[in-house]
Design a protein around this ligand. Sequence first.
Ligand SMILES: [Zn+2]
Length: 100
Amino acid sequence: MLRKKCICGEKNSNGSCKNCSKIKMIPLLKNDEFKINHSGTGKLINPVFYSYLKQNHKSNEVIITGMLNRFQKQPIYKASRYIDFYDNQTKTLIHRHEAY
Ligand SMILES: [Zn+2]
C-alpha cells in the first residue's frame, strides 16, 4: 500500500512525485507543439504527468478518470493521439485512452 506522501524527497510543487505517485500518465502527441525538452539530452519528448500523492489510496480507475477529466479540459488534449496510463511503481501499462 502506497503512502499518501512523498518518501523520496523529490515531490513536485503540485503535490505529485515521479517516484511516489501511484499513476504515471503520458500523452502521445501528434506533433511537437506541446512537447518538452528533455532535461538531460535537450531532445523533444512527450510530457509526463504523475497523479496526486493524496490520491495514492484510491483505485487506479478513480485516479485515471480524474486525471483524464482534468487533461481533457486542456489544449494539449486535442494534440494527443493516445493517453497512456502506467502503474508508476511497476511501470506497467494499465490503460490506453484514444483521444478522438
Ligand atoms: Zn517521492
